[in-house]
Design a protein around this ligand. Structure first.
Ligand code: ZN
Ligand code: ZN
Length: 82
């Protein structure tokens, strides 16, 4: 089983290796924090929990700004729903 980061889609074979390295799309800024576990399962399509945008991977979903982000329009990236 693979574990994915909910911020950037980074894939790791264990939770400890995932959360042990820095995340380039951390909400506090690039590499300001560690990857965080995406607790949903692997899917063929991911949906943003704020605006409903779809993407085929977490990395492409979280690579673009969200118009309905809670911090303000385009102040953050899409976040995958579980
Ligand atoms: Zn990450
Ligand atoms: Zn969104």
């Amino acid at each position: 089983m693979n574990y994915h980061c909910k911020y950037c889609g980074h894939k790791a074979s264990s939770v400890s290796s995932l959360t042990g390295s820095s995340c380039s799309r951390h909400p506090d800024g690039p590499n300001r924090g560690k990857h965080a576990l995406y607790e949903g399962g692997e899917k063929s399509r991911y949906t943003c929990k704020y605006c409903g945008s779809h993407s085929s991977s977490i990395s492409s979903l979280t690579g673009s700004s969200c118009s309905r982000h809670p911090d303000g329009a385009n102040k953050g990236k899409h976040q995958p729903a579980l």
